[in-house]
Write a protein that binds this ligand. Structure first.
Ligand code: CP
Ligand code: NVA
Length: 319
């Protein structure tokens, strides 16, 4: 049965770990003959702008032996020129995977329901799982992804936070969200993450209180794609929800700073911190490539035989 990657929820922790192991293996070994997408094509639908997600998927698909077909949302006209069902069914006849970035998460769910091929969520208003996989990989590489790691998100309870909460339902860490009133994460996702009982999860309003002794400080834009008309209200609401030198001082000395990018210097983060010695935003962005490949390879049956550190023959197997 085909498997989609729309959110972390349907996956077991071991499956997510397996995707990360594949990603880490590919980054380390740069295998030239590992081509799980040979003779395959991937349709890339983007109804919102993108730099990292678009390019890392295009390059990752090529490196795995496949080809991509880029489809700007305006060209297809989902729900205007074409029904969701027709888009999903027709693309399934030509391609082997659909990657889609769009607004409503229900569009991605409906595409996945009608498609006979795997569908990957490249960002919706609700979730951004590919980014959070790259973030998890970055923290694993840095040795900062343990039950005691205090990860503090400062700002909007948006798609990034919702995916972090889904990760916290699977992998243990201490997750603190500092968001202004009215900008909390999705209540159902928050509830599921808290009830999973895997991670300690807190929501506070005060960024300074949240940042105290943080191991990781994370932020994202105040105005996400599609919210441009709310800019004035959001700029006011998020005043003070900024990662800057004063906030960083409250954290652990070796705290790392993360941002999914694109960043707005002087809004959610200052330029000195974004580009400072504690920032890991560029390794995060680089890992997008390795993680897209790990997800694509996993959905095509590739598995590391065991945890990377333990393997004797370090080639993936196919199931
Ligand atoms: N972080 C991220 O998803 O970047 P893009 O919007 O450029 O793809
Ligand atoms: N929250 C941001 C993430 C961009 C990668 C947005 O949705 O625009």
């Amino acid at each position: 049965m085909k498997k989609d990657f729309l959110s972390f929820e349907p996956f077991a922790k071991a499956e997510l770990q397996s995707m990360l192991d594949l990603s880490i293996w590919m980054k380390k070994e740069r295998p030239r003959n590992f081509k799980p997408l040979a003779d395959k094509t991937v349709a890339l639908i983007f109804e919102k702008p993108s730099l990292r997600t678009h390019v890392s998927f295009e390059v990752g698909i090529l490196q795995l032996g496949g080809q991509s077909v880029y489809l700007a949302g305006s060209i297809i006209g989902i729900n205007t020129r074409e029904s969701i069902k027709d888009v999903a069914v027709v693309l399934s006849q030509y391609n082997d995977v659909i990657v889609i970035r769009t607004f409503s998460h229900t569009i991605v769910e409906q595409i996945a329901a009608y498609a006979s091929i795997p569908v990957i969520n490249a960002l919706t208003d609700l979730l951004h799982p590919c980014q959070v996989m790259a973030d998890a990989m970055t923290l694993m590489e840095l040795g900062r992804f343990s039950p005691s790691t205090k990860i503090v998100f400062v700002g909007d309870g948006n798609n990034m936070v919702n995916s972090w909460l889904e990760l916290a339902a699977q992998f243990p860490f201490h997750f603190v969200i500092a968001a202004p009133a009215g900008y909390a994460p999705d209540p159902a996702i928050l509830n599921r993450a808290q009830h999973a009982g895997v991670s300690a999860i807190e929501i506070v309003h005060d960024p300074l209180e949240a940042a105290t002794d943080a191991d990781v400080l994370y932020t994202d834009v105040w105005v996400s794609m599609g919210q441009e008309e709310e800019r004035a209200a959001r700029t006011q609401a998020f005043n003070g929800y900024q990662i800057n030198a004063a906030l960083l001082k409250r954290a652990q000395k070796d705290c790392v700073v993360m941002h999914c990018l694109p960043a707005h210097r002087g809004e959610e983060i200052t330029a000195d911190v974004l580009e400072g010695s504690q920032s890991v935003v560029l390794p995060q962005a680089q890992n997008r490539l390795h993680v897209q490949k790990g997800i694509l390879a996993y959905l095509h049956g590739a598995r590391m035989p065991a945890r990377y550190e333990d393997v004797v023959t370090n080639e993936p197997v196919f199931i």
